[in-house]
Design a protein around this ligand. Sequence first.
Ligand SMILES: Cc1cc2nc3c(=O)[nH]c(=O)nc-3n(C[C@H](O)[C@H](O)[C@H](O)COP(=O)(O)O)c2cc1C
Length: 322
Amino acid sequence: MFRTRVTELLGIEYPIVGGCMMHISRPEFVAAISNAGALGMMASAMFDTQEEFRQAVRRAKTLTDRPFGVNLNLFPALRPIDNNLYVQVILEEGVPVVETSGRRPPEDMLARLKAGGVRMMHKCVSVRHAVSAERAGVDAVTIFGTEGGGHIGELGLTTMVLVPCAADALEIPLLAAGGIADGRGLLAALVLGAEGVTIGTRLLLTEECPIHNNLKQALAAATEPDTLPILGSLQNSIRAWKNAAALRVAELEASQAEFGEILALVAGTETKRMFKEGDVDAGVICCSQGIGLVREIKPVAEVISGMVREAQSRLTQIGSSA
Ligand SMILES: Cc1cc2nc3c(=O)[nH]c(=O)nc-3n(C[C@H](O)[C@H](O)[C@H](O)COP(=O)(O)O)c2cc1C
């Protein structure tokens, strides 16, 4: 069902990638996504040392015999990251797919990974950057609209417009991300010219997602206006759930507070505490406008297969009413 160049390239059953999520995309969660027929994507930046990252990759390999990927963070990072250390592990451990996000992957990194047989994806927020990544030699691009959870960039362009524009401009397979949280979104993305989707926010509300149940319940009650872009003052905008921590960041930005004051709120310590202890106003969590579509906490496999089933049945419905 929905075999595309993306399912072919990534060796997956369904054209769905479980987007990497900082402090969340650990081996167990990544493997659950891959076992569900999608592609799990580990967030390398959450591992402080090369050895910790290696152990995480090995753990994922024991939990799934299906492909999974690793994201390399090329955004301005709060902690200095030497991606070469992760690249070494990726090559030694035979990780089949790498996604870069943020800046375009440096030529030497791309060449090294491609020479090792790794399929390369790049995630970006503009068609110009997508075309530039294609020219640099990546195998697929994910175009990410501003309604999504995570680094939305400064352009404010929506998935609805970015996807067909990128599909027109690219030869290589395209994935759509941002605001896709059910089968209708999956089908729409395919109709707009994508050959797969990357989802993040929908997967927060799954049984396997390693965040506190209080937070899952609070997010299940959230609706589509309950997110906001923050960190635009640092040219590093993310879309986050509108809790007390995110509102505080917005307030500090509006009052042109010191960088250090803002940093203390977004550095990750409070977010990790919120994920663990369930104090839902403690930290900032990235979140999509698509949260308005998500009400139920389900097993990952049900979310993935449910999306595909819904897309298929909508397609049949449209076909029979045309
Ligand atoms: C909680 C959370 C954390 C995320 N962390 C990262 C990250 O560290 N790096 C990255 O490239 N994208 C990150 N993303 C973006 C996702 O990988 C994915 O592209 C996005 O969630 C898709 O949009 P959606 O949320 O509308 O499904 C994050 C998203 C969420 C919701």
